[in-house]
Design a protein around this ligand. Structure first.
Ligand SMILES: [Cu+2]
Length: 291
């Protein structure tokens, strides 16, 4: 999905001119590298669209199984209520029946909901199994929730051996193409079409690591390592957010994963190793100096 917020701004702002054109140009350049996924669109009614097999299964379960059943049940209950109001009001039915039990009716309204739940349980358990039985991973990334940002660890045996913090960009630091409240200073990067295992924990309070386009929602709990996975099939930028009320800046700890080709990932690994290793060295040097 391409971000059209830049286009909307052109239409509404009289002094948009050059700045907006620059924004459009850069967002098309951005789109050429892959899509932008996981942010709400203007007027959006449905879930954010899924971009992995699991996320699509969630979409199917919600849109094609749960929603039709919910609509039918709601209409049925509404019809019963309307019927009761018309047929059994005081005027239409002055002498009420004294019936208190009806065996067949009671059996029916117990059995029918059970059958509905059994029908829902089959795809529900299948989906849960696909989510919770982790396939063999090509790559593991460890994510730690902190008040109020995320830290990412790339293990050494996979060419990593560094970690970095990822903080939301201030409004004044936004570059063209950056989404307000979603863009971060350091994005996590993963290769396309690889099974990425994500280990999630927290350092202070409970957070929740959610990237809806990946179909991931998992709690980040201090002292506990939760694990989930995704396999991104398209290159691009995927946005997520902390989804547990975790403190005053809960709304300002977005998650950004950039999915790139394998070659670009290798390039990023090499540069990230230098960038974040030197940052870690500096921190150690500072700590030593302050002793
Ligand atoms: Cu949080």
């Amino acid at each position: 999905m391409i971000d059209f917020s830049g286009v909307a701004r052109v239409a509404t702002s009289a002094r948009a001119g050059l700045a907006a054109m620059a924004m459009l140009a850069s967002s098309t350049a951005f789109a050429a590298e892959g899509g932008v996924f996981g942010h709400a669109a203007p007027g959006q009614m449905k879930l954010i669209e899924g971009e992995t097999p699991i996320a699509r299964e969630i979409d199917f379960f919600h849109n094609d199984i749960l929603l039709p059943i919910i609509i039918v049940i709601s209409l049925f209950v509404l019809a019963l209520l309307v019927y009761v109001m018309i047929r059994f009001n005081e005027k239409a039915n002055p002498v009420p029946s004294k019936t208190t039990h009806h065996a067949l009716l009671e059996v029916a309204w117990t059995i029918v909901p059970v059958l509905i739940l059994v029908v829902i349980a089959v795809p529900s358990f299948r989906l849960l199994t696909h989510q919770l039985v982790l396939p063999k991973g090509d790559l593991t990334v460890k994510v730690t929730g902190k008040q109020w940002y995320w830290s990412y660890d790339y293990p050494k045996d996979q060419g990593g051996g560094f970690s970095f913090d990822s903080l939301m960009k201030d409004e004044k630091d936004l570059k063209p193409g950056d989404l307000r409240l979603l863009a971060v200073d350091n994005e996590a990067v993963v290769p396309v079409n690889k099974v990425v295992r994500v280990q999630v924990t927290a350092a202070d309070v409970i957070h929740s690591f959610v990237i809806q386009s990946f179909g991931i929602r998992i709690d980040a709990v201090p002292g506990r390592l939760n694990e989930t996975w995704f396999k991104a099939e398209k290159e691009g930028v995927y946005y997520g957010q902390c989804s547990k009320i975790c403190g005053k800046d809960h709304a300002f700890m977005p998650i950004v994963f950039r999915v790139v080709s394998e070659q670009k990932y290798a390039e990023w690994l090499a540069s990230a190793k230098k960038k974040y290793a030197s940052a870690a060295d500096r921190a150690i040097a500072l700590a030593d100096a302050s002793r």
